[in-house]
Design a protein around this ligand. Sequence first.
Ligand code: HEC
Ligand code: HEC
Ligand code: HEC
Ligand code: HEC
Ligand code: HEC
Length: 216
Amino acid sequence: MAQVFGPGATSLARFTLGGSLLGLGVLFVVLELYVRSPYVTNVGQPVDQPVPFSHKHHVTDDGIDCRYCHTTVENSAFAGMPATQVCMNCHSEIWAQSPVLEPVRASFASGQPIEWNRVTRLPGFVYFDHSIHVQNGVGCSTCHGRVDQMPLTYKTESMQMSFCLDCHQDPAKFVRPKDQVFNMAWQPPANQDELGRQLVAEYHIQSKISCDTCHR
Ligand code: HEC
Ligand code: HEC
Ligand code: HEC
Ligand code: HEC
Ligand code: HEC
């Protein structure tokens, strides 16, 4: 029978097959790095806002508590965003003529809320709830970083699935006493292993990793 493929054909076939597998492998790695890179996740990139609101000034310099503005963070899924009235409690007196605050005054006069650009936003198919985290000893800074030191707010974590799962698999590495949830400077102590395990038992925290925890 006549040979259809010459002697070189198998090695050529191997070469192209191997080559395209290698190519696919490289492409995959590049894509994986890309979706985790700051270009896509926006980690560390301050978000422009209609008013250059500074958490550093308001929280650290002026000593205002998170809950003064994010009023529902302890008891609902949504943390809550301050109404313009909340800004005007102070800014009808302080910096009342400042041009920087013109959008705040305009919003107050018209009743149109200020349109803040989102810093952290999960896709619609992910369910999240602030209150359950706050009530189980997960601090703001674990997920949002040192917001109290930010002149303009930015993300410190990717908020991708792996970030959520890292903790859901072993919450003891991260939980803190409930009265430290709003303490932005809290750091895990040297005995976090032990403390974490105690708190997990005391708060009855379970490791929730089934898909329908977050995808309902
Ligand atoms: C005086 C009011 C005020 C206080 C106090 C305040 N915030 Fe905010 N916060 C805002 C405003 C206004 C925005 C929207 C502008 C921005 O993103 O910086 C915001 C945005 C945020 C965001 C980003 C939300 C998003 O778009 O995803 C986080 C996270 C946040 N605040 C956390 C905190 C934490 C933690 C504290 C306490 C340490 C705190 N805030 C205290 C007013 C406040
Ligand atoms: C409890 C009082 C208080 C509230 C409420 C408040 N501010 Fe302020 N704000 C201040 C003080 C005090 C300053 C002066 C800044 C400083 O500490 O030097 C200031 C400064 C500012 C500035 C000047 C820019 C800068 O350097 O930070 C902006 C802009 C501003 N506030 C926006 C807002 C917005 C928007 C809100 C509502 C979400 C708000 N503030 C709510 C007290 C307040
Ligand atoms: C377990 C991680 C986690 C913790 C802890 C956490 N947040 Fe968030 N926060 C998020 C995520 C994720 C979003 C985006 C939610 C979305 O897009 O649906 C968010 C959004 C926000 C927003 C925007 C409004 C909203 O609810 O979407 C504010 C303000 C905020 N967080 C403040 C806080 C404050 C204050 C604390 C501490 C009391 C805190 N967060 C604790 C993960 C966390
Ligand atoms: C640092 C730790 C930590 C991180 C990060 C974290 N979680 Fe959680 N999460 C918890 C703890 C603790 C609970 C409470 C578990 C319990 O009640 O047994 C919880 C509970 C939940 C619940 C409620 C589960 C239920 O059965 O009601 C949802 C939904 C959730 N997390 C979603 C998320 C999402 C989405 C992210 C990422 C954006 C995230 N979490 C990041 C610690 C974390
Ligand atoms: C603790 C919360 C949590 C749990 C549990 C979880 N996911 Fe996710 N998942 C997320 C978040 C947050 C995102 C959004 C990631 C982003 O924005 O890039 C996501 C995204 C996804 C995506 C979109 C692709 C991607 O990676 O962004 C798929 C598919 C997915 N999840 C499947 C699953 C499956 C299957 C399970 C169960 C084995 C699961 N998830 C369990 C939080 C969770």
